[in-house]
Every structure is written in structure tokens, then in C-alpha cells.
Design a protein around this ligand. Structure first.
Ligand SMILES: CC(=O)[C@@H](O)[C@H](O)COP(=O)(O)O
Ligand SMILES: NCC(=O)COP(=O)(O)O
Length: 252
């Protein structure tokens, strides 16, 4: 079964353009859960351009309520920047997704390379710290077999396939030769990760157009979707949008 985690960064981005709490991140996250979303994802960046520390605190408290015991909280971030690890220690999320973003990046645009022993040791230490909190740990990865093969050394539980290149390939049509080639690249990367005993998540630029095709890849455990989903919600309403994404998930 594939779960849907709604990334609420962009709700916070709009809120931050004025003082006050409109739109209300907490209330809309609750609405997404009531519509059936399996979890909420946030990516608190050091500059707090969207998700702020208090958002994490409030969302953690909500998701720890008995009513949402079967839903997950996923916190993304670079463990070597700012207060990410401290935030996770306080929030105790179900999943920590480690993303190698620098503070000034416009958005996430690459996965971990794990190119040398130093990086592997640093990531391994961060993974151990976060697993000690009780969180599952996922590494944000390009569909790069050489890098994926090094993930088990870190102790991570899952990878999240960075799907921007997939989304770009699908934008020109789901059945073009290039789309089929890129889909195969992601399917092979997922199969390799699963053979290594890793769970596979996916995220970045997934949308109502490209999601079903991505989920033909067997055993994708979670997709985290924010930008396109929140944009869709401006047209369809959040609850109806969440239901539209849920309808694309494989049921088995
Ligand atoms: C890691 C990833 O691909 C996204 O989850 C990320 O959260 C996007 O960040 P922005 O919402 O700041 O673009
Ligand atoms: N990990 C991907 C995510 O949480 C949201 O990415 P996007 O849908 O905002 O591109």
C-alpha cells in the first residue's frame, strides 16, 4: 500500500506574507487528515521562509493526538544545518527525511551522493541520532544506483526517490520514449533499493498528471506531495484535492 503525505510548506509560505495565521497551517493540515491523507510532511528550512519552528511544535502535538494515531508526521531537512535534529528531538516525528539542501537553495534539487567515507560517517551519525528518537529515517536520493548502493552503510530505513527529473520527463507525455526511459530508470532504482532491504518513498513535483504512472513502480511505500497539491487545492478545495490524489494510490 502506498501512503500519501501532504506537504504543507506552501500553506505556510502564503501565511508568512502577512502577519497572523491566515491561511492556518494547523487547521488545513487537520482538514487534509480528515479528507484521508495518511500523513503530513514539513520541511523547516533554516530561514523559516515557510514552515516555522512553532508549526512543527503544533503539528507534532496534533499528530500525537489519539485521533491521528494511525497518521504520520514526516519532517524533512538537512541534519547538519540549524536546529533540524533538535526540532526532531522535540517533535518525535514518525519519519525524518534527510535532504542535503544548503540554506540558500530555492528548493530541493539533489539527493545525497555519499561519495566518500567522511560523508557516509556524518550521515550515519545523524541517522543513529534520529533513530534513537524512535523515528524511521529516509534519505533523499537521486535515482543513482551507485549512491543507492551506499545507503545501507548509513543505517537508514528508506530512501526517498527525488522525482523532479521523473516529473520533467512526464510533462511532455507519459508514453514518449524519453518518459519510458526515465520511468525505467526510477523503477530500476527502486528495485535496487528494495533488494538492499530499503523501503522506497518518492517525492518532488509529483502531481495529478504524473502520479499514477509513477506508482506503477512496485511497492512505493509513501509519496509526499506539496507544491502541486496545494496549487490544485486553490481550484478544487483542499479536501477534494486530497481525495483526488488518494484515488490514484494503488489499493493493494
Ligand atoms: C525534499 C523535497 O523535495 C521537498 O519535500 C521539499 O520540501 C520542497 O521544499 P520547498 O517546499 O521549500 O520547495
Ligand atoms: N518530499 C517531497 C515533498 O514533500 C513535496 O515536494 P513537492 O510536491 O512540494 O515538490
Amino acid at each position: 500500500m502506498t501512503t500519501l503525505s501532504v506537504n504543507v510548506n506552501k500553506i505556510a509560505l502564503l501565511r508568512n506574507t502577512r502577519t497572523g495565521e491566515t491561511p492556518d497551517v494547523l487547521r488545513l493540515s487537520r482538514l487534509a487528515l480528515e479528507a484521508g491523507a495518511h500523513g503530513i510532511t514539513v520541511h523547516p528550512r533554516p530561514d523559516e521562509r515557510h514552515i516555522r519552528r512553532y508549526d512543527v511544535t503544533h503539528l507534532a502535538a496534533m499528530l500525537h493526538e489519539p485521533a491521528w494515531a494511525d497518521r504520520e508526521f514526516n519532517i524533512e531537512g538537512n541534519p547538519f544545518l540549524g536546529a533540524y535534529v533538535e526540532l526532531c528531538r522535540e517533535a518525535k516525528p514518525d519519519q525524518c527525511t534527510l535532504v542535503p539542501d544548503s540554506p540558500d537553495q530555492r528548493t530541493s534539487d539533489h539527493g545525497w551522493q555519499l561519495a566518500d567515507d567522511t560523508e557516509i560517517k556524518q550521515v550515519t551519525t545523524a541517522v543513529a541520532e534520529l533513530k534513537a528518537i524512535g523515528s524511521r529515517v529516509s534519505l533523499f536520493m537521486d535515482p543513482d544506483p551507485a549512491a543507492i548502493e551506499r545507503v545501507p552503510q548509513t543505517g537508514a530505513d528508506r530512501i526517498e526517490l527525488y522525482t523532479e527529473a521523473y516529473a520533467d520527463a512526464m510533462a511532455g507525455g507519459l508514453d514518449t520514449a524519453s518518459a519510458q526511459a526515465v520511468h525505467r530508470q526510477y523503477a530500476d532504482a527502486a528495485a535496487l533499493a528494495q533488494q538492499l532491504g530499503l523501503g522506497v518513498n518518492g517525492g518532488h513535483d509529483l502531481n495529478l498528471h504524473n502520479l499514477a504512472r509513477f506508482l506503477t513502480i512496485p511497492d512505493i511505500l509513501e509519496v509526499s506531495i506539496g507544491h502541486a497539491l496545494i496549487a490544485d487545492a486553490l481550484e478544487l478545495g483542499l479536501a477534494e484535492t486530497v481525495r483526488a490524489y488518494l484515488a490514484l494510490l494503488p489499493t493493494s
